[in-house]
Design a protein around this ligand. Structure first.
Ligand SMILES: Cc1cc2nc3c(=O)[nH]c(=O)nc-3n(C[C@H](O)[C@H](O)[C@H](O)COP(=O)(O)OP(=O)(O)OC[C@H]3O[C@@H](n4cnc5c(N)ncnc54)[C@H](O)[C@@H]3O)c2cc1C
Length: 391
């Protein structure tokens, strides 16, 4: 049982059918094994690039798919429903392209964007450091101007696709001391830059098919034209991209929860106790009903935020609400899916225990859910008036 969708165009409907087909026939059969063996599925990203999925939300003039966020997020949801690592990786790739699309010069875009959006190159996003996650202004990695180059030194922690990506969007300090948020700049660093290397991958609770590693910069020299925007724009670029990135994570979390719900319903219709199917016990059917309500609530909030973005309206608060609701709901729904399967849910013979482990990280990255509450609370304090708009 898959999610019912109402899409804005025939083109979008065809796209979703294609993605659902690829997810079911190509991704789902491989996901459990790749996650168990902690294998990064680089070829899957090559295939998604060829299908045009990696550049979907960006303009066609830049080589993207020209799809509205409302459609793109439903594509991420379909990927997330069978393989969260692939859904997250697709979203992180889009985030790593955001700086060049939005702040690059025409010349920079013409040089690099076609390969980035066309899927020829896989991206990564380096904001966090070991001591600077929720508070990126505390970062210490530096980029010192030296003639026609910048020389980067430091370590960027927790990089999704670390050691696997072809380029890294890196926030580094060009001036000021740790704590000064204005001294941070944004660079597009190619993977083969001398002095750039990946530390050993993190050993994680879940999302084990997605490599996460600290990227080490040891006198890594990049030409000055690898700076995106002006010096000092780095945190602005990083945070602007995160509003959209959070919607990507929200969508993957909705998909993950939908996948867990589907497995739970299948099981509940087959399994018998006390002479009847467990779905016929009202106590268990109510658990499933609450799961369905949680999934649909999260989807509705995520798509509401997407539609605001598609219309060029402010959507930062709604993106934080979507991320908070979708990831908290995914944690609850995946935990309940394990419960529905009883003892079998706790084994690796069924995917729901993996879904539960994967849901946890959704509450942590791209701004923890405490940070989302901070963003929402601050927006309320600003007293943004409710508005009525047509169209
Ligand atoms: C699998 C994985 C992949 C990741 N991928 C990337 C990536 O690709 N690129 C990247 O840059 N980063 C990435 N991250 C890093 C991630 O974004 C950070 O882990 C996250 O922002 C939290 O930072 P932290 O771990 O330093 O926790 P901390 O900031 O130390 O927070 C610790 C706890 O304190 C809470 N807290 C902190 N400040 C406040 C506050 N003001 N009010 C209330 N509570 C607060 C937090 O919510 C959290 O519960 C990834 C992390 C993981 C686990």
């Amino acid at each position: 049982m898959s999610a019912s969708r109402v899409l804005p165009t025939d083109e979008a409907t065809d796209l979703l059918k294609l993605v659902r087909d690829v997810a079911t026939t190509e991704l789902a059969p491989r996901s459990s094994e790749a996650e168990a063996s902690e294998t990064f599925p680089r070829d899957v990203f090559g295939m998604l690039g060829e299908l045009g999925v990696l550049g979907l939300p960006y303009d066609e003039e830049h080589g993207g798919g020209g799809q509205p966020y409302e459609v793109y997020l439903q594509v991420l949801e379909e990927l997330g429903s069978v393989w969260a690592s692939v859904g997250v990786g697709t979203s992180v790739h889009a985030l790593s392209c955001f700086g060049l699309v939005s702040f690059g010069t025409d010349e920079q875009r013409e040089r690099w964007l076609p390969d980035m959006l066309g899927g020829g190159l896989l991206g990564a996003y380096c904001l966090s450091e070991a001591h600077a996650g929720s508070d990126p202004g505390a970062m210490r990695t530096t980029a010192r101007r030296d003639g026609d180059d910048y020389v980067l030194n430091g370590a960027k922690a927790w990089t999704t696709h670390g050691g696997q990506a072809d380029f890294y969007k890196v926030m580094a300090r060009t001036s000021g001391e740790p704590g000064d948020r204005r001294g941070i700049s944004c660079f597009l660093v190619p993977a083969d830059t001398e002095g750039l290397s990946a530390d050993n991958p993190e050993r994680k609770m879940g999302l084990t098919g997605s490599t996460t590693a600290t990227m080490l910069f040891d006198d890594a020299r990049v030409p000055a034209d690898r700076l995106l925007g002006a010096e000092g724009d780095g945190l602005k670029i990083a945070l602007a991209g995160l509003d959209a990135g959070r919607l990507g994570i929200a969508a993957v979390a909705v998909g993950l929860a939908q996948g867990a719900l589907d497995r739970a319903v299948e099981y509940a219709r087959e399994r018998h106790t006390f002479g009847q199917r467990i779905i016929d016990h009202q106590g268990l059917a109510f658990v499933l009903a609450d799961m369905e309500a949680a999934v649909q609530t999260a989807r509705a909030m995520t798509l509401h935020a997407a539609r605001l973005k598609d219309r060029g309206l402010p959507f930062s608060r709604e993106a934080s609400i979507a991320k908070l609701v979708a990831t908290d709901n995914a944690m609850k729904v995946t935990t309940d899916a394990v419960q529905v399967l009883g003892g079998y849910g706790y084994t690796r013979d069924f995917p729901v225990e993996r879904y539960m482990r994967e849901a946890k990280v959704m509450q942590i990255f791209e701004g923890t859910n405490q940070i989302q509450r901070m963003v929402i609370g601050r927006s309320l304090d600003k007293g943004d008036a409710g508005s009525l708009r047509h169209g």
